[in-house]
Design a binder for this molecule. Structure first.
Ligand SMILES: [Zn+2]
Length: 88
């Protein structure tokens, strides 16, 4: 089963959005180094392919842009959590 590429990547599609300055494999959100530094919960949510996948990726990039380390990245699980302002 092929991976779905992230819907909105940075200008360089191979650049990892994390603090590593590295590159990410095709079809992945981040490089393996950053991926393995994120929590299991965050990784599990990011792997979900539902209608919030784009928003989770945008949250990931936004937090990396603010200098949040990979281990502290949080993304929403569900629309319910989004409405309640969870994961903020
Ligand atoms: Zn990285």
């Amino acid at each position: 089963m092929p991976d779905n590429p992230p819907p909105h990547g940075p200008a360089d599609p191979t650049a990892c959005p994390g603090p590593c300055g590295g590159t990410r494999p095709p079809g992945k959100y981040v490089c393996p180094s950053c991926w393995h530094r994120m929590t299991l919960v965050t990784r599990a949510y990011l792997k979900k392919q539902d209608d919030l996948a784009i928003e989770r990726y945008q949250q990931l990039v936004e937090q990396f842009g603010r200098g949040v380390p990979p281990c502290e990245i949080r993304v929403i699980r569900s629309r319910w959590e989004w409405d309640r302002g969870g994961a903020r």
